[in-house]
Ligand binder design. Structure first.
Ligand SMILES: *Cc1c(COP(=O)(O)O)cnc(C)c1O
Length: 381
């Protein structure tokens, strides 16, 4: 008996990481922020390392601390801090920090004094996303402060990087413009005599669709989980969705024509049908925006959800069939056997698959499985 749960296949994660590593031809940095996009940071981190990903990345220092506490000791990048962060322990733990400004570099230097060991610092330049990273007007002082810290033995600069705004639209002119700006930043670094370390720009979409953006390293998040980072863009990359969300039918009942369903009576049965109660709702991350739009698989058959998504539950149209209560409902998962995918759910809700998998959870337990056969495990990395 399982009311509702998330099942993550680590063999799929390993397959995706190996596929991306082979495709990129340069080291991969598997992005495991936000609890590995809802897949479980520690088990995914282990699987990614096992599959040959040289680097991991998270956003926050606390996420990095959790990985270190969980036993991960490999190269690990972070990139989101605020003034007043504690740096000494993460410096001592050998975590690579990303700085966006001179002020941040000064704070890292203070953390190094406490830690008593040099930091590992990467420099982020904003090339047009207008999000994190040093603005172009500040590149010179920023790069000079970084070089001064190298000369003083305060840190080692291990990377210089930026992030693309439109990588999921390969023909978007912003991609070329950002890459030109990135090359410019690298030239500025050379001018001030700074070795940039690893140069990196590509996220999942750019890794797959923009070979010239791969530089020394690619930062792969979504694709590592088997989801398509550039939906609608043809590419032959074999990705396997790692997450399945499943539940068991709690109840099956008959409806007559005219019976209206769930809060607000937003759907009315046009004729006699049967309806099943799925015990997961928006508290589990089933989007209310999916009301009367989402589909699930019940006993291997595709079925539409009906009526407003509630906090704990939602209803599914069984089209007159009456599978027994307890029948498996797959909310989404890898394609096949009637299953909807996270990408289909995203399209139905007007969002992106990132949001679907990252927000799914709530009261649902998450279980990791490993479907690898002996041959899968021997797949070369
Ligand atoms: C989240 C994130 C990534 C990973 O992006 P995907 O599209 O999931 O591959 C890479 N770099 C940065 C800076 C990010 O914030």
């Amino acid at each position: 008996m399982t009311r509702a749960e998330i099942v993550v296949d680590l063999a799929a994660v390993r397959h995706n990481v190996r596929t991306l590593r082979a495709l990129a031809g340069v080291p991969t940095m598997t992005v495991v922020k936000a609890d590995a996009y809802g897949h479980g940071a520690l088990p995914v981190a282990r699987a990614a390392r096992e599959a040959g990903s040289e680097w991991l990345a998270v956003a926050t220092l606390d996420e990095a601390r959790a990985l270190r506490a969980g036993g991960d000791t490999g190269p690990l990048l972070t990139w989101l801090t605020v003034p007043g962060e504690r740096y000494d322990d993460v410096v001592a733990a050998g975590v690579d920090l990303t700085a966006y400004s001179v002020a941040e570099l000064d704070e890292v230097a203070a953390g190094v004094e406490v830690a008593g060991v040099p930091a590992r610092v990467q420099l982020k330049v904003d090339t047009g996303l207008q999000r994190g990273g040093a603005a172009r007007a500040d590149w010179r002082p920023f790069l000079e402060r970084a070089r001064a810290g190298v000369e003083a033995g305060t840190w080692q600069v291990t990377g210089l990087w930026s992030h693309l705004a439109c990588a999921d639209e390969p023909d978007h002119p912003a991609n070329d413009a950002q890459q030109d700006a990135f090359d410019d930043a690298l030239a500025r670094a050379a001018e001030v005599g700074l070795d940039p370390g690893l140069r990196h720009l590509a996220n999942s979409a750019a890794t797959i669709t923009r070979p010239q953006a791969r530089y020394d390293l690619v930062r792969t998040g979504l694709a590592s989980y088997g989801l398509d980072p550039a939906p609608g863009v043809p590419h032959g990359t074999d990705l396997r969705p790692a997450m399945t969300v499943r539940a068991e039918l709690a109840l099956v009942k008959h409806l007559q024509a005219g019976d209206a369903v769930s809060y607000g009576h937003t759907w009315t049965a046009p004729g006699p049908t049967t309806i099943g109660l799925v015990p997961a709702g928006y508290a589990e991350g089933v989007p209310v925006a999916g009301t009367n739009r989402l589909e699930v698989a019940v006993g291997g058959e595709r079925r539409p959800l009906r009526g407003r998504v509630c906090m704990d539950q939602v209803l599914v149209d069984l089209g007159g069939d009456a599978p027994p209560a307890g029948t498996e409902v797959v909310l989404f998962g890898p394609p096949g056997e009637g299953r909807a995918t996270a990408q289909e759910w995203a399209e139905a809700c007007g969002t992106i698959s990132y949001e679907i998998v990252t927000r799914i959870g709530g009261r649902m337990p998450r279980r990791h499985v490993d479907t690898a056969t002996a041959t899968d495990r021997e797949e070369p990395s």
